[in-house]
Design a protein around this ligand. Structure first.
Ligand code: GLR
Ligand code: MG
Length: 434
């Protein structure tokens, strides 16, 4: 048998970065209530375009809070010349430039998700763009580059929110108010009819726990077969969490972040029958060991936007597998590039067996930065794109329009609490609240 000869990598096999553009955009958002306040009239995102010497353009999407944007721009300058096949070098350069110290403030999650890794949050959109280019260069979809799609479609859950009928001073929006169990059931019916979701999550922490328990029971009566979840974002004390958990025995598939902190979660986990899920107490690699040691969580909600991109999210899933933890997926208000990345990641993560969260239905269907048609919901699922890379293309007109909207809207960081206080000056931020 002839000996294998190792051929040196040639310059033609590399894809060097020649330019990076970071464009902040704003898209309309609805008055969705959560335990820190209410969504503002616009959600902010940053669209990352990475260009190579061969003229390929890779896309990424992330938060656009002012501090995060400043860090993205620093990183953008630093990664010129990197080979898109060398994600380790990308990560190294980002760590180096961030060590220069633009701070850790404002990540885009309104203070609800803290303790994430700043370096991983900055790495994420660039890594996604690198994978997009790798896919375009090889003709392979991103899910194949991640190890191969184990499913053709990815299930998403219908993400229900208590909400007002309109932002103050605006016309009622297309979803109307949902402020009690009947309103939540009506919202769920519409979401299930329009998107086909087969799992439902209620964002809680807005009303006293008994009202939210009643909404979950109403959902169970209306949807006997749908797995249900309740997520108050740490709004309850340990005692309240245990009571709610016991009352919802057999009704929810998991209870998400009932109480703040790993110690409280561990205490609740010992006394409630269902697994506890989290996107608040395990949000970085440093947070896994303390949670595992205390048996504080049963399901980790991955989120490539703060876990360092798609490769590192798969690493998280592998660690969860090792420790017998389930994996689900968290979302924030997002556009189509993120939906494509989430779909490829979920497709290539065998143990991601729960329906993923998405804020997609809350977005104005006419507002996105990707050309329409690449991603559609059928039976609550999105078909995994099979075209090269992420499988989505940038709509430059829309990018320009949503950037104009960003410039005009005046918002520079997500501030659900500040917006709520502007409407109700007596509003207090309490954690836990009940
Ligand atoms: O699962 C979660 O914690 C979230 O989805 C966090 C989000 O920020 C959500 O609370 C929201 O959009 O208000
Ligand atoms: Mg959550």
């Amino acid at each position: 048998m002839p000996e294998a000869v190792a051929l040196p990598v040639t310059d033609s096999q590399r894809q060097r970065v020649t330019g990076v553009t970071v464009t902040p955009v704003a898209f309309k958002d609805l008055p969705l209530l959560n335990t820190v306040g209410v969504h503002e009239p616009y959600a902010l995102r940053a669209i990352v375009e990475v260009r190579t010497e061969d003229g390929l353009i890779g896309l990424g999407e992330t938060y656009a809070d002012a501090d995060h944007l400043a860090r993205l721009r620093l990183a953008a300058d630093e990664i010129i010349g990197t080979d898109v096949w060398d994600v380790n070098e990308l990560a190294r350069r980002i760590r180096v430039v961030l060590a220069g110290g633009p701070g850790t403030g404002d990540h885009g999650m309104a203070g609800m998700v803290t303790g994430t890794s700043t370096a991983d949050a900055i790495l994420s959109p660039f890594e996604v763009a690198f994978l997009d280019i790798q896919g375009q260069a090889t003709g392979l979809p991103v899910s194949t580059l991640l190890g191969g799609a184990v499913r053709d479609t990815v299930d998403y859950s219908g993400y229900l929110f208590y909400k007002w009928a309109a932002h103050p001073g605006h016309e009622p929006d297309r979803w109307g108010a949902a402020l009690d169990p009947d309103g939540i059931v009506a919202q769920a019916r519409r979401m299930v009819t329009e998107y086909g979701f087969s799992a439902l999550k209620l964002k809680g922490g807005v009303f006293p726990p008994d009202e939210e328990i009643e909404a979950i029971h109403a959902l169970r009566r209306a949807f006997p077969e749908h797995p249900l979840r309740l997520d108050p974002n740490g709004a309850w004390t340990v005692e309240t969490s245990i009571r709610v958990g016991q009352e919802l025995d057999g009704v929810v598939e998991y209870l998400e972040d009932p109480t703040p902190g790993v110690e409280g979660m561990a205490e609740v986990a010992r006394k409630v029958p269902m697994p506890l899920a989290t996107n608040m107490c395990v949000v970085s690699f440093a947070g896994i060991e303390p949670a595992v040691r205390r048996d504080a969580v049963g399901v980790v909600l991955s989120d490539h936007h703060f876990w360092g991109g798609l490769g590192r999210s798969r690493l998280l899933a592998g660690i969860c597998d090792t420790f017998g933890l389930g994996v689900s997926m968290h979302s924030n208000s997002h556009l189509g590039i993120s939906l494509a990345a989430m779909t490829h990641l979920a497709a290539a993560t065998p143990n991601l067996t729960y329906a993923c969260d998405t804020h997609w239905p809350w977005k104005d269907p006419g507002e996105d930065v990707i050309a329409p048609g690449a991603l559609t919901f059928s039976d609550g699922a999105v078909a995994v794109p099979t075209t090269p890379g992420l499988g989505v293309t940038l709509d430059r007109d829309m990018l320009g329009r949503l950037h104009e909207q960003y410039l005009e809207c005046g918002l520079r960081s997500r501030d659900d609490t500040g917006y709520m206080r502007g409407i109700d000056p007596s509003y207090e931020l309490l954690s836990p609240r009940w």
